[in-house]
Ligand binder design. Structure first.
Ligand code: CIR
Length: 260
């Protein structure tokens, strides 16, 4: 079994990215490239084999590869991003993922961004958002139910994607911004709240048994530490200006070559 992390280079056009909740500000592209390289190095240090999908320099948001697919053990669901311009990212990602999984593609009128989906055991929580519509949720349900997954729609507010508001720290533990999503949506989980001064701190990436977290949220990192969770931090200040975070820059999955 190998742990893979698919990534995609920062595009020179990143400054023309889609923005929903943030005001546009200058992005230092060389710095973003450096930060992304450090992120890839960290994923490698944590045991992942990093595979770079061929770059797409003309697609500003291509670095945010998480939005293009939901990868389960048995299948990869190629999404249909809510931002029309981002659909051009799919072809390259599907070509790469096809080496590891059978593929299923969402079709119109479905829209769904991978950033709206997180997995906890056999449950897929899906945020209903400006990027993810009911048809997207329904098609994800049909694509994944055969593999024992239960799809649960979740309402949230205040941020772009569900995973800006909540992610998993462990199978039964969530990191949540309670102002953006109600912990009541997640019965049976222990919920750790972000420090109120760090509203964007609910996005954390699991890589095997390790946790990758932004260095911008030291207070929440301390809270996590009190709960026994140790994080490895990266600086993603430039990617944050494009409304990205740690989960959105990779697709992390196990691969069992004998199975496919
Ligand atoms: C967008 O608006 O689509 C990009 N600028 C940011 C996407 C971030 N993706 C994610 O958090 N999963």
């Amino acid at each position: 079994m190998t742990l893979f992390a698919l990534t995609r280079a920062v595009s020179p056009s990143l400054a023309e990215c889609e923005l929903t909740h943030l005001a546009r500000e200058p992005i230092d592209i060389p710095r973003a490239v450096e930060q992304h390289a450090a992120y890839e190095t960290l994923l490698g240090d944590l045991g992942a084999t990093v595979v770079r999908v061929p770059p797409a320099p003309a697609l500003p948001d291509a670095v945010f590869i998480e939005d293009t697919a939901i990868v389960l053990d048995e299948v990869a669901v190629i999404t249909r991003p809510g931002a029309v311009v981002r659909r051009a990212e799919l072809e390259g990602v599907a070509a790469a993922l096809g080496s590891y999984r059978p593929l299923v593609s969402l079709t119109a009128p479905a829209t769904l961004d991978g950033g709206d989906v997180f997995r906890a055991g056999q449950r897929l929580y899906v945020g209903r958002s400006s990027r993810t519509n009911d048809e997207g949720i329904e098609q994800l349900r049909r694509a994944t139910e055969p593999y024992g997954m239960q799809v649960i729609a979740v309402e949230f507010q205040g941020c772009l994607h569900l995973k800006s508001a909540v992610t998993t720290v462990a199978d039964d533990v969530l990191l949540v911004n309670p102002d953006w999503v109600s912990a009541a949506c997640f019965r049976g989980f222990d919920c750790i709240a972000v420090d109120p001064r760090e509203p964007h701190g609910a996005n954390i990436l699991r890589v095997g048994a390790s946790l990758v977290y932004s260095s911008a949220y030291p207070r929440t990192a301390e809270v996590l530490g009190r709960h026994g969770f140790v994080v490895s931090t990266v600086d993603c200040s430039e990617l944050v200006k494009a409304e990205g975070a740690v989960t959105c820059c990779s697709l992390v999955f196990n691969h069992f070559p004998a199975h496919y």
